[in-house]
Write a protein that binds this ligand. Structure first.
Ligand SMILES: [Zn+2]
Length: 90
């Protein structure tokens, strides 16, 4: 199975998907972790496993929908480019 992540690494992985890790501890990739979206503020739960397997640019369900809807964010290209380059969007 996959490698083991530390809490700090998980926090970083979440941030790369524009979500902030709210859970205070990380046990395994099947654990439901609380997050808060850094873009829209939506709060939800996410398993690390799903985050890693997903090709989504945003860990946030709500933003994911937004980017794929007809009401999509206008500067999506710039936004995704910055994500691709691994730049912090904070
Ligand atoms: Zn969001």
């Amino acid at each position: 199975m996959g490698k083991k992540y530390t809490y700090e690494q998980v926090k970083h992985l979440f941030k790369n998907k524009n979500i902030e890790l709210l859970s205070k501890e990380y046990k395994n990739s099947f654990q439901k972790l609380n997050y808060k979206c850094l873009i829209c503020g939506h709060e939800g739960t996410k398993k690390l496993k799903h985050l890693l397997e997903s090709s989504m640019k945003n860990g946030c369900k709500k933003c994911h929908k937004l980017f794929h809807s007809k009401y999509g964010i206008k500067n999506v290209t710039d936004y995704q480019t910055s994500l691709f380059l691994g730049e912090s969007y904070a």
